[in-house]
Design a binder for this molecule. Structure first.
Ligand code: SF4
Length: 299
């Protein structure tokens, strides 16, 4: 636990958290939507500072990043909490399970220096992943600074739901971003993920403008975000605003958590793959074994 950044004082001992676009206004004793930032006696705290749900070594392709240090392994860290509420969340226990959060807070506090001791060649660096690292901002930025000083890379696997100022501070430290773009309509973000699309588009553009490596994930939920005309509109925006060279991963959805729709049919993935290939240079299909050798070639 640590005093947090990006809390603004408000009336009556309340504080407003401006780390992510939700801007939770918290009375003393209250905890924000993410479950890990709170007002305690008028002070804004990061409750999950130093609380880790996982520390393990993964191939970087699992983040997934296919065009950043391919073939290397990366030390992957996760904590607790999330600022979205996707109905199909695959990590809902570490994202939203308040019992687990309480247990975690009673556990050993890990420091960024302890992480650094685990970091040695041939590891590529550290990935902040598993739960949403935005809501772990204070620990991530402390750790990322040390990792960078030691000459290793930092990778952030994120939903992109972050305000411009905290993102601006991260940009010089994070070498590669894997951003999960949930859909291409405000309705999808509101109804399925409990957030808004506009801030995520802003984050994607800021990462590109800062010249950082970016790869984008798009989980195809059948009947929800696989409408072809809308996806083509997304690809036009993507190529124009992010660039045709920014890799896109089109991923297969499987029923999880509160969503019971059947898994994405392979032909839906292929239909969106063909559209994406008209505009982008690097398109991948994830979570499915698909033979792409006879598909249209990418530009
Ligand atoms: S980071 Fe958490 S507390 Fe802060 S605005 Fe977002 S959801 Fe609310």
């Amino acid at each position: 636990m640590k005093e947090g950044r990006f809390f603004l004082p408000s009336s009556g001992g309340r504080v407003e958290c401006v780390l992510c676009p939700r801007h939770c206004v918290l009375s003393p004793g209250q905890t924000g939507f993410c479950g890990v930032r709170a007002n305690r006696e008028g002070k804004g705290l990061s409750l999950n500072y130093g609380s880790l749900s996982a520390v393990q070594i993964d191939p970087i392709e699992k983040k997934p990043l296919s065009h950043f240090k391919p073939g290397t392994d990366i030390l992957s860290l996760g904590s607790y909490g999330c600022n979205l509420s996707c109905l199909y969340c695959q990590n809902h226990q570490i994202a939203r399970d308040s019992d687990l959060f309480r247990f975690a807070r009673g556990g050993e506090e890990i420091t960024p220096s302890m992480i650094l001791e685990q970091l040695a060649a041939p590891l590529a660096g550290v990935a902040y992943t598993y739960n949403e690292p935005t809501v772990w901002w204070e620990f991530m930025i402390d750790c990322a600074g040390l990792v960078k000083e030691k000459g290793f890379a930092n990778v952030m696997v994120t939903n992109g739901y972050i305000e411009p100022e905290p993102l601006r501070e991260l940009l010089p430290l994070i070498d590669a971003f894997s951003v999960d773009l949930k859909g291409y309509s405000e309705e999808f973000y509101r109804d399925v993920s409990g957030g808004r699309l506009a801030p995520v588009k802003r984050t994607l553009k800021s990462i590109v403008e800062a010249g950082r490596h970016l790869e984008v994930e798009y989980l195809v939920v059948p009947g929800k975000n696989d409408e072809e005309a809308s996806f083509e509109e997304l690809m036009l925006w993507y190529a124009r605003e992010l660039g045709a060279d920014v890799p896109l991963h089109i991923n297969r959805y499987f029923p999880r958590h509160k969503m019971s729709l059947p898994a994405t049919p392979i032909d839906r993935l292929l239909a969106l793959y063909d559209i994406a290939c008209k505009y982008l240079s690097h398109v991948h299909i994830g979570n499915a074994q698909v033979d792409l050798s006879k598909r249209r070639s990418q530009p």
